[in-house]
Design a protein around this ligand. Sequence first.
Ligand code: ADP
Ligand code: MG
Length: 701
Amino acid sequence: MKRVAGLSPALSDVGETSLGTLPGVGPRVAEKLAARGLVTLQDLWLQLPRQYEDRTSILPIRDLRPGVAAQVEGMVEAVERGFRYRPMLRVAIVDDSRATLVLRFFHFRAAQVAQFAPGVRLRCFGMPRAGQHGLEIVHPSYRVVDAGEIALGEQLDPVYPAVEGIGPATLRRLIGLALDRLPDEATLELLPAELRQQLQLPSLRSALLTVHRPPRDADVAALLAGSHPAQRRLALEELLAHHLGLRRQRIALQRHKAAPLTGGGTLVQRLGDALPFALTQAQQRVYLQVRDDLAAHSPMLRLVQGDVGSGKTVVAAMAALLAVEAGKQAALMAPTELLAEQHLSTLRGWLEPLGVRVAWLAGKVTGKVRAAAMADVASGAVQVVVGTHALMQEGVVFHDLALAIVDEQHRFGVHQRLALRDKGSGDRVPHQLVLTATPIPRTLAMAAYADLDVSSIDELPPGRKPVHTVALSADRRPELVERIRKACAEGRQAYWVCTLIDDSDEVVAQAAQSTFEALSAALPELRIGLVHGRMKAAMKQATMRAFKDGALDLLVATTVIEVGVDVANASLMIIENAERLGLAQLHQLRGRVGRGSAASSCVMLYQAPLSQLARQRLETMRQTHDGFVIAERDLQLRGPGELLGTRQTGLALFRVADLARDADLLPLVRGLADQLLADAPGNADRIVARWVGGAARYAAA
Ligand code: ADP
Ligand code: MG
């Protein structure tokens, strides 16, 4: 490791050489590559094939199988140019196995037609399928060869993800040129040799060459499955790079000072006395962790994960009170106005009796009201500010912000969290408390939140009854209408959730609208409301509030009710097209009921037939209510990209690694990161630059 530290920067930075230095890369090509994030040599090294084509042998035409791509060679026997709906060219070739194959073209030039004279020898590659007259290949790749020409590929040909505006052959050539400039092993390698030996993983150089240019005898099945040692090697380094990026972000933030919040806890005590319930052990434990963090001179960076209804808000309120007691301010941000408004009313209910002023800053607060609120926040007249995530981007100036609380981390980007850093006063940065209702498995949390300490509220308040959960085929809808009628006649409330695979707000809103109309016709005695994403915020708000106040019996809604909304009297939920939702989302939705003392149920309607995966999901929902268990299951069933939501954590952006497949590498990553940060911080930087590149630049700032 140390040897690399002594190298001249020029030598160690070959990978960071601009692609403009490659022959054939002018400004226009460079621009197209850059649009795909391909800027340096190492970007091309890490642009990995998604498929391989085997041109290392020639298959007799007789042995071709539909659906199995292969290379064949034969003599043109007949050419037919026709027109059937569109121009078409058919070329029949025959080989020594005396079998015929048809090559079919829909786009072709005159020169091409001239090329295919009978007797000409063609070497073609493509995917055969059954045609009208035996097997055919549509648009094969081909070239004219001489009879004696026998040179075959030494390696499997890589097929790269397409880059707009650059042909596949050019792309392959450029990546080849970049690979020709791969430095020797000693220069390129950044992982300790002992570790590679122990795991039996190849060097980076050898791994890259194997993946881009697999030898003829390579284990193609393993390569396509992503389980080849060369890919595992790359995945390990990539996971390490992401982890290091987050760790460095944390280190950079913790170099800043934060105001230690060490009030006597009088306000917290008074809140506790006023609450109609006692904290659960888990809430207590997490509060104490938070209190310890807040007493420090470096900023707290803590994630609190807890299932829906586990009572995260009260812990957040207590943390805010510690800031207030220290004479400073706290901000609480939520992803939607609806949710932020609910927090506002909760916090006002709890804090204002204690003499704490709570300000409201959301997008719809405008004009003089907004100006007044901003002035109060800037002067310190207000101690707690509640708003949407946009709060941090709208030039709100705080008097002395000491604590930023972010609800629902999975919708809150790393960038936004970093923006918090600038909102402190003087050289102080605010403490950060992140709340999430999407528990993620421990191993994942370590990778995804390497920049945060994680606490779990893994216990629900007493008295919660599990929600009785069933899956029903959609044709049993009429029974449900009766069930709603009955529940509402007994004074309970119900949700009807409309979902569609099409996530255009418009289409879902229409579906919700027609469901609303149908249910209104079928249940004339009920007071029914409708909320969807296309409605004006004020309308949505009013309807939600009416439902919350018991002025509506049934709420027809899209998944806008997914997060945080709390209506204790709602005890029946119907979810349409449940088979199309992921486990995390189903769990979130179901969490809307079962918040009160009445027995609750959740009916998941599905369109038959169910896929295997959908069946497993619905079954999991019936079996358990534990968000942590559901999260583990979710990870197994569909992989982490979706689990965490795309883009939110950057985890979905892995090039090689797959958290579900490579989960066993994660425990290694943390130790390895410690070792690198201690022994070779320069190498740690290079690994981050290599894999995460630009995305990590803000981390270093
Ligand atoms: P979430 O973790 O989903 O944000 P909330 O903070 O909204 O959960 O809490 C859900 C409900 O449970 C709220 O009505 C809250 O007042 C109540 N609650 C919180 N803690 C307790 C407790 N220890 N005992 C009883 N009810 C509680
Ligand atoms: Mg909540």
